[in-house]
Design a protein. Sequence first.
Length: 181
Amino acid sequence: MTVPPDLLRRASAGDDAAWREIVAQYQRLVHATIRSFRISSEAEDIFQESFLRLYNNLPGLRDSQAMTRWLIVTTRNLCIDHLKRCRKRSQVSLGFQALVVEPAPLTNMIQLERAQMVREAIKELPPRCRDLLWTLYFEQDGPNYRSAAQMFGIPIGSVGPTRMRCLEELLRVLRRKGFDV
């Protein structure tokens, strides 16, 4: 699911419901970007600053792909700034060269964009497929067919074929969105 231009317009005009919907849709992406830098101490501050900057720049953003890229780059830059400040503090307080933490490579940004596209595509699936894939791949450590079968009230032998049909549908949605598979 992409963010409709109308939603962007309403959020930039101060519509709280529209803004909450945007934050809900992109909060995982921002958290994942921050985690890729292994920042924990000020992660929530960076998260809030990322969305504050997004809110202030909403009028200039007209589509979700541009917004996704903008949000990743902004969050990434905030993380790099944070690491530089920490490094300077460490050098001053320790009196010697602190450990250098390299920022995540550019390929990580591409992976984050792709992960966001997959999450958006999953939202477009029929509810049963969306829920099954979400349960199998996002809510547990790994696919657990037994618990999925119990949760959805289907035989355990049906989970695999159902999952496959859902993944095929997800692939169709991703191709329709121009995702390079």
